[in-house]
Design a protein around this ligand. Structure first.
Ligand SMILES: Cc1cc2nc3c(=O)[nH]c(=O)nc-3n(C[C@H](O)[C@H](O)[C@H](O)COP(=O)(O)OP(=O)(O)OC[C@H]3O[C@@H](n4cnc5c(N)ncnc54)[C@H](O)[C@@H]3O)c2cc1C
Length: 405
């Protein structure tokens, strides 16, 4: 494993760094006071700036508007942008997952119409996959699409759709044939989030945010030209999206506190005997454990980088990183809030922004342990595909969807 940049990578890093230093100066500090409107405005302006400078679609093919560079270039760019608090998130699902699915499976006309506007940040996209009765078991979705001339009519409900409230378009997986096994009767479409029959209802989260939504489809018309892939090939198309999702979700969020914050809190906090908490054996052990996990995560990510730099695809062992990141983040924040005593319980602690960060990290980690594959599903993947253990039970796999119990 070689942790150093090659000469060409070092040159690209230097170019990116100097562009960011010149253009991202406004984002050196976090902007926690932004409301949704301000966040969207900043996100759009920043995305347009990146587009003009050639830092969007870094790994995408040149004919669809990408830069045609390697995954290492994309990672170098993300590492460098990660030194700033640029507005991120609004496009992570659209550009990270939806648009690669659109240009891989959509017609040339669809690609030409949607990809450039998405890259410039003019249009925001969301991913309409999960349903009330289908999340981990995505192939169990019930939202149906029925052919009507040159159109399809969609009825059903999606849930947990991040940024649906700010989106112009989405990709939706539907059931077009319930008489065949569940993975075979699915078809994917682009959908206009403002079309008649679409209703987006925000979900209030325990953090106070409303980042995701329920989305209801009542007789929503979609032209057949907006179909992604062949009729009945929706599972294959969805796998393109999910493959990108697994690569996108996995690292520690930029804002999440690490062992350094735990150490400084332990230095400032008194143990019941009046001594600094950092002198207590159990506190020192927790800090050491967090540090060990951090190093393990870094090395697992390095292994993926090393594979990418050799032109290989990282293997299923990448699932390990997400399981450990989310759990470590939750354990660290929980322990730190315990250390802070009563102050750790006060919500939205204005007096202490560091504690507020720990609170939101604690709450956010719960979502991270679910989004993009729950801990249990990732453990199944590790068991089956990394360790070669027997597969999970899938009794309905080959039965017609409408006959499975
Ligand atoms: C922050 C966040 C953002 C999200 N954004 C989106 C989005 O933009 N678009 C979208 O479509 N979805 C989104 N989701 C939904 C997400 O994909 C699902 O929540 C996830 O796939 C789990 O599905 P579920 O919630 O239906 O839980 P379920 O699948 O019902 O799981 C419930 C519990 O059962 C366990 N379980 C299920 N199957 C097995 C098994 N075979 N073996 C062992 N244990 C099992 C799970 O691990 C979990 O603990 C988001 C979720 C979160 C938290």
């Amino acid at each position: 494993m070689d942790f150093n940049d090659s000469p060409a990578e070092a040159e690209y890093r230097a170019k990116v760094r100097s562009w960011l230093d010149a253009n991202a100066a406004d984002y050196r500090e976090p902007h926690e006071d932004w409301d949704l409107k301000t966040f969207i405005a900043h996100s759009k302006a920043w995305q347009a700036k990146k587009y003009e400078a050639g830092y969007t679609g870094i790994t995408w093919p040149v004919p669809v508007g990408g830069q045609g560079l390697s995954p290492m270039h994309s990672i170098i760019y993300s590492q460098e942008e990660g030194r700033f608090h640029t507005p991120s998130g609004l496009y992570s699902i659209g550009l990270g997952m939806c648009i690669p699915t659109v240009f891989t499976h959509g017609s040339p006309e669809v690609t030409a119409r949607y990809v450039p506007k998405a890259l410039r940040g003019e249009e925001v996209w969301c991913q309409l996959f999960s349903e009330p009765a289908a999340g981990s078991d995505l192939a169990g979705i019930r939202t149906k699409a029925v052919r009507d001339g040159d159109d399809w009519i969609i009825d059903g409900q999606k849930v947990w759709t991040s940024f649906a409230h700010a989106s112009d378009y989405g990709i939706v997986v539907t059931r077009t044939d319930p008489s065949v096994p569940k993975h075979k009767g699915l078809t994917m479409f682009i959908v206009d989030m403002k079309a008649p029959g679409m209703e987006v209802r925000g979900i209030k989260q325990m953090s106070g945010d409303s980042g995701f939504n329920e989305v209801f489809f009542t007789g929503v018309r979609v032209p057949d030209a907006w179909r992604l892939g062949a009729v009945g090939d929706g599972w294959k198309v969805a796998l393109t999206t999910l493959m990108h999702e697994r690569l996108a979700v996995g690292g520690k969020p930029r804002s999440a506190p690490g062992y350094e914050q735990l150490m400084s809190l332990a230095r400032l906090t008194e143990a019941p005997n009046g001594a600094p908490a950092i002198e207590a054996g159990d506190v020192r052990q927790r800090i050491a454990q967090t540090y060990i996990n951090d190093q393990g995560i870094k090395l697992t990510q390095m292994r993926a980088l090393s594979a990418l730099s050799k032109g290989q695809v990282p293997g299923p062992e990448q699932s390990i990183a997400k399981v450990v990141v989310a759990k470590t983040m939750q354990d660290l924040a929980s322990f730190a809030l315990d250390l802070a005593g009563g102050d750790g319980l006060l919500a939205g602690n204005d007096a202490d922004p560091e504690l507020a960060k720990l609170q939101s990290s604690y709450i956010g980690a719960a979502g991270l342990r679910i989004a993009g594959g729950t801990d249990e599903i990732l453990r199944n993947i590790i068991a089956e595909r990394v360790l070669g253990l027997p597969g999970d039970l899938r009794p309905d796999k080959d039965k017609p969807f409408n006959a499975a119990a």
